[in-house]
Ligand binder design. Structure first.
Ligand code: KG4
Ligand code: ZN
Length: 359
């Protein structure tokens, strides 16, 4: 009988529950967003998020059970995000998992949210270890060598903003709305990427670290120059700005991916698969660039379906199953961790994307 795991995720602004088996079947995956709750504040408000998680977790789990045709008694394991994330939300999930575990007499396991993202290609594609992963989202941007359910080496990452954050800020600077990524991508389709000369930050330095905050400043300056000259932005100006910005991000990610593939091959002695996960992987220009570079470096390319790239509980259930299979266990002393780097050996970064929000 395959082992059945209930996954619980509540580290940012999505309340999620899922049922996954250890033979890689997702029986259900329910995600309750918090659209509307934070609109007046220009960002996720931790207290509001935590309260919403506490109110909705039970209902979310009920829906996941119902959609899978299972009952609480069928569950063999409970996996819960125990960090990194907004502490109130993480605590809501951890308390819920402890309560269920105690009531049902079933084991539970605290899982690193980033491990959930990093192990998703094993759930969706059955990838073998080791593989190279780029996690590129609203909160993160890092290259990881994934060697086992709890063995990650960070090859590099952003030293300031994440690309998703840069897309969102670009959209705000151009009055396009939120979330910015898809809106900037749509504008860029009609734009001339060569009209504005945007920088390619950190390409002149060796290694896989990246920086995106300078691009945002360059975009603001270019916008202000056009507005200064012409008194406003035309539709074409906006499209050209978006195209220039998007191409700069795509170029940086592609070149750093090329280097990460080489570093991976040197470290592991093999060329396997390059996987990309996170909301920004939805961008076709970026994705095509990454696929080309990975192919040239002798790597296969994969990207999980979008619903499993963005925050969800199926990835937490899967990571829990893999880690439990390796002997990992939690007990009632498990605490919620606001910060929890996947690679504990890596030097701390100056910044790690959006502070304290989505991972
Ligand atoms: O992974 P995700 O859904 O949430 C977390 O950050 O965990 O990523 C959301 C980010 C947002 O910043 C959004 O603007 C960006 O992904 N994004 C995109 C696109 N679709 C979403 N960025 C560029 N192009 C897109 N098509
Ligand atoms: Zn995430």
């Amino acid at each position: 009988m395959p082992r059945l795991c209930l996954g619980i995720e509540s580290s940012c602004d999505d309340t999620a529950a899922a049922l996954v088996t250890d033979d890689r079947r997702i029986l259900s995956s329910i995600v309750f967003g918090q659209e509307g709750l934070h609109d007046d504040f220009g960002g996720v408000v931790p207290e509001i998020a935590a309260r919403a998680h506490a109110e909705r977790l039970d209902h979310c789990i009920e829906q996941a059970l119902e959609a899978a045709g299972k009952t609480l008694g069928d569950i063999d394991l409970i996996a819960v995000t125990s960090g990194p994330g907004l502490i109130g939300g993480v605590l809501s999930g951890v308390m819920c998992a402890k309560g269920l575990s105690t009531a049902l007499g079933k084991p539970f396991l605290g899982v690193n949210h980033l491990a959930g993202h990093a192990l998703t290609p094993r759930l969706t594609d059955g990838l073998a270890y080791p593989y190279l992963l780029l996690l590129v989202s609203g909160g993160h941007c890092q290259f990881l060598v994934v060697e086992g359910p709890q063995a990650f080496t960070r090859l590099g990452g952003t030293i300031d903003d994440s690309p998703g954050e840069a897309f969102d800020k670009t959209a705000r600077l151009l009055g396009l709305g939120y979330p910015g990524g898809p809106l900037v991508e749509r504008e860029a389709e009609r734009g001339d990427p060569a009209r504005f000369a945007f920088p390619r930050p950190l390409l002149d330095r060796p290694g896989c670290d990246m920086s995106f905050s300078g691009l945002k400043t360059a975009l603001r300056r270019a916008r202000d120059e056009v507005v200064g000259d012409k008194g406003g932005l035309s539709g074409q100006d906006r499209a050209d700005l978006c195209a220039g910005f998007q191409t700069a991000v795509a170029d940086v990610l592609a070149e750093k991916t090329r280097r990460a593939c080489l570093a991976f091959a040197t470290q592991t002695g093999v060329r396997t698969t390059f996987a990309v996960a996170g909301g920004v992987a939805a961008n076709r220009t970026i994705r095509n660039g990454l696929e080309t570079v990975a192919g040239e470096a002798g790597f296969a390319f994969t990207a999980p379906p979008l619903a499993l790239c963005t925050d969800n509980a199926a990835m937490i259930a899967w990571a829990g199953l893999e880690q439990y299979g390796q002997g990992a266990r939690s007990d009632l002393t498990l605490s919620a961790r606001p910060r929890w780097p996947l690679d504990q050996q890596a030097a701390p970064m100056l910044g790690s994307g959006r502070k304290g929000a989505k991972a």
